[in-house]
Write a protein that binds this ligand. Structure first.
Ligand code: PBG
Length: 327
């Protein structure tokens, strides 16, 4: 049946019809908000390239987390900024470190909010790479026990989900074994399975102070040109015990999100990274586009591609208004 019998505009004619026939939904519970935690008290140090975001001391993070919990988000993802950095990233797995402190305080203040703990060494190493070095390259196998230790320390401090973002081979298995042996068999792992060596991490590295001091991350993060390799990464992580898998970044990799969703039956997380946020914010500040609408369109597209959950810096702005959006 074709025109004039068929008129696709009929179902677009008014907001209620559009809402009735919308194929994809976006709810606060689909969104996870990253938070950057630093030492001190009453600290709220703005991140220039990420308007509305700041490095927060634990007391300030608690205030933000309370507001996020009220808006119904699916959790907060914590990144830590240590007091001091060293070659082995010691504060990452110190039970008195910044992330365990934050986890304990947040669990006490907002017990129902899911606490996602990012696991990586790059914020904690003085060279800024995601593992310990052997010469100028990251030593995969010597890094694994440190990531495993960080994971059990975070689980003990109250993390609900452990999210390794380092891209070492075998880390999901190492972390699963450590959690099981450490008495945390029920703590799920969300692996950053397909994490690309991306230019879109720029603003994050300012926020987390994690820029590598030499070289780049292309010897461990994925080549942006590859999609089939992402399926191998995901398959291996699931085999090693990942409960959920992540694709990161999101917008430039919607095809990868779709392929992962079609091929595997685990929940799929997409990380819409700092550069994706910064691009929209910058254009909105210049008056070149409507920031709120562009953010919503990006997020609904990521959901349409197949993401169950989206980690996004827009969570704080978007979550509270989602229920009221009907157009
Ligand atoms: C650290 C990590 C990075 C991001 C999340 N975890 C940066 C990197 O790999 O350099 C990026 C997040 C973002 O840009 O929003 N392993």
């Amino acid at each position: 049946m074709s025109f004039p019998t068929t008129r696709l505009r009929r179902l677009r004619a008014k907001p209620a019809l559009r809402a009735l026939t919308r194929e994809t939904t976006l709810a606060p519970g689909n969104l996870v908000a990253p938070l950057f935690i630093c030492h001190g008290e009453k600290v709220r140090r703005p991140v220039a390239s990420m308007p509305g975001h700041a490095q927060l001391s634990v007391d300030e993070a608690v205030r933000d987390a309370e507001a996020l919990a009220r808006s119904g988000v699916g959790g907060v993802l914590l990144f830590g900024i240590p007091v001091a950095k060293d070659p082995e990233g010691k504060e990452a797995y110190d039970e008195k470190g910044i992330i365990p402190q934050a986890l304990r305080a947040l669990k006490r203040a907002v017990p129902d909010l899911l606490l996602w703990a990012d696991v990586c060494l790059c914020e904690y190493t003085d060279h800024g790479h995601c593992g310990v070095l052997q010469g100028e390259s990251v030593d995969n196998d010597r890094t694994l026990p440190l990531l495993a230790r960080a994971s059990t320390v975070y689980a003990a401090a109250g993390a609900d989900l452990i999210a390794p973002s380092d891209m070492m081979d075998g880390r999901v298995g190492a972390i699963r074994r450590a959690l099981d042996e450490g008495g945390f068999p029920d703590t799920p792992i969300v692996s950053y399975a397909a994490k690309y060596a991306s230019a879109f991490y720029g603003p994050f590295r300012e926020a987390a102070e994690s820029t590598p001091k030499f070289g780049d991350r292309r010897a461990y993060q994925m080549d942006p040109a590859n999609a089939r390799e992402a399926l191998r990464e995901v398959a291996l992580d699931i085999e090693e015990g990942a409960d959920m898998v992540m694709v990161k970044p999101a917008l430039p990799y919607l095809d990868v999100i779709r392929m992962v969703k079609e091929r595997f039956d685990v929940p799929v997380v997409a990380y819409s990274v700092s550069g994706e946020f910064a691009m929209i914010q910058a254009a909105a500040q210049l008056g070149w586009l409507d920031g709120g609408l562009a953010a919503w369109e990006s997020l609904i597209s990521i959901r349409r591609a197949g993401a169950d959950v989206i980690v996004t810096y827009f969570a704080r702005e978007i979550a509270p208004v989602l229920g009221s959006r009907s157009s």
